[in-house]
Design a protein around this ligand. Sequence first.
Ligand SMILES: [Zn+2]
Length: 532
Amino acid sequence: MLSRRDFVIAALAAPGLRLPSRKAYDLILRGGTVFDGTGAAGIVADVAIQGGRIVAVARRIRETAGDEIEVRDLAVAPGFIDIHSHADGSLFDDPRVESVLRQGVTTIVVGQDGSSRVPGRSGETSLLPWFQRIEALPSSVNVASMVGLGTVRRVAVGLDNRPATAAELAKMTELVEAALASGACGASTGLEYTPGAFASKEELTALCRPLAARRLPYATHLRNEDDTLLEAIDEAIAIALGAGCPLQISHLKTGGPRNWHKIDAVFERIAKARKEGLDLSFDRYPYIAWATGLTTRFPVWARDGGTEAFLKRLEDPASAAKIREETEADVVQVGGWDKILLTDVSAAADKEAVGKRLLEWAKEKGLEPYQAAVALLKSNGGSVGTVVFAMSEENCERFLAHPQAMVCSDGGAYAVDGPARTGHPHPRGLGTFPRVLGRYVRERKALTLAQAVHKMTGKTAARLRLGDRGRIAMGAAADLVVFDPATVADRATFEDPFQYPVGIPTVVVNGVVALRDGQRVGRGAGKGVSPG
Ligand SMILES: [Zn+2]
């Protein structure tokens, strides 16, 4: 075939020969099996993109494009949307967000677990300047954000464990309204964290009311995910019903072996609430260990007032014994000190602890495990990253397969090089989406490929009202991923997390090829995205 340049030369040499029209499209993905994100089975089709939008989907597109990629025998899906992401943590240090992009994720939803960039301590109440900064980076992927009700409380009330005054509640409501007006896609809580944990059911119901008219979700890291999980779900349902808004339970799990059997009761509650008219769904990551701060094993009351107050109480004879008793009971519940992997410390003297189980580290130090945990907290200013192995594999599969489940990573963004190669992260930040497609779809057949894609795209976009994303349709934003259903797989492990997945050759963000032949290319084309 002649290139346009050759044709121009030929036309000049032979007057009378007509110039062909310009290339009709920017990009065509040729011959892939298209999963449109609605849950429908795949169909073989070409997909054409122009000006950042999907402009044609057809068995065979006759026109040509400036760039054409042959994707025969591969799956083409809407770019994945990670409904619970912590990738904003390293976004400004490394806007490549390489581990996110390489999973096929094109939109991250941040501002989770009650903590968001807006409202800021210096008075910012709008997401728009932050979105502009993200576009200027530029980020490799799109970013949406919830407003964190813990952050709202920190700004209006501070870190103390007390009810908000009427004036503070009014101020908090104003902050939530302002964040939603500037494009936040929901409101999040982290009720096991401070200061979010200090908010009552009544306070949270009031703060969720502004979500109702917008049909945006209250997304909650529940007040408890183990021994009082069912009570925590009841509270979340009561808040959403009281506020009249949809409910999204974040990273739903049954924590601790003695709570694994509660999954049936969890599903019953979900079914009952939906029957009563509550728009309830949840998300889940495909691993049986969670990642959180070591402080989470310590009682919430001991953390009242912030880190300094907490570290003081660990020493105070009036509180030390009670804190130890409650913490050790919690550790029994997760299965023992051996289930806690140390993943992140800041003190140089403790670097050797990273990658070891707490029990093992305590033995090396000649300490009782509780003493070793307290010593780590003290030398690291209260900030010690852990991964806790206390979930059931069978339940993980049942959660992922549930019709109301969406896929989330709950992870950060990492890279094998550069500033985002840090600590010893949970592998979910590098493997979640390919792990669902490889392990849970191909190997274990827990759900179909079309269902899995829906839980990563169309269902999620509908949940957050990101109207033109999450599907392959005429006019939709051109966020796309191409993967090989036969080989797609995660490579990151708990032992060796800095491994990119395989089987994902191409990712397109806003019509721009961002991953080609498995390698990141070009300038990032990510945008700030909002409902509407
Ligand atoms: Zn969480």
